[in-house]
Design a protein around this ligand. Structure first.
Ligand code: SF4
Length: 208
């Protein structure tokens, strides 16, 4: 596990991986990205910017928020979440994880994404990509369990688990490796986590 984390961090040296020029943009996109592609999130973010919505107050004022964020899908539910999040952020610009989890439509992945990438708090973000890489590498088994995987990574990171840049890079690396190499059919030969040259394509046991 320690070796895997070192390889992941070497693969992703840049902590500024999540697109967005403000904590507002990053937090909004963390909600919009639920169950949709980043391409659709980008379209919705562009429409928000064109509508002059660039802070939480504007989210609460926008009567046509559902229409504006329509490209991101699930627009009614996401608009409700954004309005609730806006009310929370106006009350407390740096909310706790518990407060974020109390917002309708915000689960652990979205809460941790907002805390880490938008607010710079040391939270490990876990998602289906994290699980796929760890499972394919034989480091976890059984069904996906967010808190268990998060705790496993935090324990392995040790002191580094409070380093925001390392946490940002690690989550980014899991996503990029899973999207580009560790797919449903893993492409181990090209994968930067493959420690053994010449590993036969798609032949378990994997060597990561
Ligand atoms: S070496 Fe193979 S199984 Fe391991 S992370 Fe890379 S693609 Fe996935």
């Amino acid at each position: 596990m320690h070796t895997l984390i070192s390889l992941l961090l070497a693969f992703q040296p840049d902590p500024n991986w999540w697109p967005g020029s403000s904590s507002f943009e990053i937090a909004v996109s963390a909600v919009l990205t639920q169950n949709t592609s980043w391409n659709n999130v980008s379209k919705a973010m562009e429409r928000l910017a064109k509508s002059g919505i660039n802070n939480w107050e504007q989210i609460l004022k926008a009567k046509d928020l559902e229409t504006i964020i329509n490209p991101a899908g699930f627009y009614r539910r996401k608009a409700t979440t954004l309005r609730e999040l806006a009310m929370l952020m106006q009350k407390d610009p740096i909310p706790s994880r518990e407060e974020l989890l109390n917002v309708k439509g915000i689960g652990p992945e979205t809460a941790d994404s907002i805390l880490l990438y938008a607010l710079g708090k040391p939270e490990m973000v876990v998602d289906s990509y994290t699980y796929r890489v760890l499972r394919n590498c034989g480091l976890v088994n059984g069904p996906f369990n967010y808190e268990q995987i998060k705790q496993l990574l935090i324990t392995t990171l040790g002191q580094d688990s409070t380093n925001v840049d390392i946490l940002k890079r690690l989550h980014a690396a899991f996503v990029e490796v899973a999207k580009n190499y560790c797919k449903k059919k893993p492409h181990c030969v090209e994968c930067p986590l493959n420690k053994k040259e010449g590993l036969p394509k798609e032949s378990p046991p994997f060597n990561c």
